[in-house]
Ligand binder design. Structure first.
Ligand code: SF4
Length: 338
């Protein structure tokens, strides 16, 4: 065979070999994607692909502080999944879970050999556990939504159910259970963290110095203290006025949830980090989301600084007043005339 003919045959052979390798690579990639998506299904992450669009991934957010908008409302907190798939994902998803193709395309196909290689490498790495900082919009009910509502519930019945409670260790140091006080049909409920010394002695929330300031704040909004309802996350005083601990909060919280369900306020105003972080299920500092509105079990929720903080830091009062003015706008209140 002359050299030119041999070169031509060799070139055709190379092309066929490249095509065979590409086909093999594509097939391997598709298999990897299928495996990866099955893995996600096994982890229960299928709804994430199917029901959430657009997807939000804050890959670098694990070390960076989140902006207020990244704070999840209680109704949209859920686990999330890492996202890394080729454009073949919808078709593969349909094959793995018929009728469940993603509502929106997930990512894009790699456009170069190096990107394809990177994608292949990513496919070989099992998906990592969801980061708590990834907070996509979710259709699933939140933890709080899942707490059963009690049919025919009432504030007296909740108090009766609490009884002489010893459900958590806070009962050991209390003088009185501080249930809550105010209008049982209040449009506005204030939620603090827990009773202090004065509250423990009197059995009523917010009656110390911070309580007097809260009363002034309420009156500045054009309301009387008896127009609103005031409660705490925990109903017994933590020793040395420390913050309530997680187990204490989780034990006592269902009572507060029931109170809120019975009262059905239009607005819940969380006072301080503890109550706002508890109800919003976040660990972010309150300064990140203070003054923002959130949906919470049919009410609007806003967080502001605790009156005790204002006693230590009076300049922050102007920030709190801005937050309270937002509440007043929602409730159609006029500030108290001096
Ligand atoms: Fe019971 Fe709540 Fe008091 Fe704990 S804080 S003992 S759960 S009432």
């Amino acid at each position: 065979m002359d050299p030119a003919k041999r070169a031509s045959v060799g070139a055709r052979s190379d092309v066929r070999e490249d095509a065979r390798r590409d086909a093999s690579s594509d097939s391997q990639l598709e298999d990897q994607v299928k495996d990866w998506l099955r893995y996600g299904e096994d982890l229960g992450l299928g709804p994430y692909y199917r029901d959430r669009a657009p997807l939000q991934v804050i890959a670098e957010a694990t070390t960076a502080p989140l902006e207020p908008r990244d704070v999840a409302t209680p109704s949209n907190i859920s686990a999330a999944a890492p996202v890394a798939a080729s454009a073949t994902a919808p078709a593969v998803m349909a094959a793995v879970a018929p009728g469940r193709a993603p509502a929106a395309p997930i990512n894009v196909a790699p456009s170069s050999a190096s990107q394809k290689a990177a994608t292949m490498a990513a496919m070989k790495t099992p998906p990592v556990a969801p980061s708590s900082t990834i907070l996509p919009a979710a259709a699933a009910p939140s933890l709080f939504e899942a707490i059963d509502r009690v049919a025919g519930d009432s504030l007296p019945r909740i108090r009766e159910d609490i009884g002489d409670c010893t459900r958590c260790k806070l009962h050991k140091g209390r003088t009185n259970i501080v249930f809550g006080v105010g209008n049982p049909k209040a449009e506005l409920v204030f939620v603090g963290e827990g009773p202090g010394h004065d509250e423990d002695l009197k059995g009523e929330p917010f009656v110390g110095r911070a309580g007097k300031l809260l009363t002034q704040m309420i009156e500045a909004m054009g309301l009387r203290r008896e127009d609103v309802y005031i409660a705490n996350v925990v109903k017994c005083r933590p020793p040395e006025n420390r913050l309530p601990e997680k187990d204490e909060i989780s034990t006592c919280l269902p009572f507060l949830m029931r109170q809120l369900d019975v009262i059905k306020p239009k607005v819940i105003c969380c006072l301080g980090s503890c109550s706002s972080q508890t109800l919003l299920q976040t660990t972010q500092g309150i300064s990140k989301f203070r003054g923002e509105w959130f949906d919470f079990r049919g009410a609007k929720l806003i967080a502001t600084y605790h009156p005790a903080y204002l006693l230590r830091n009076p300049p922050a009062k102007s920030e709190v007043w801005k937050d309270l003015q937002k509440v007043m706008a929602v409730l159609g209140l006029q500030p108290k005339k001096r």
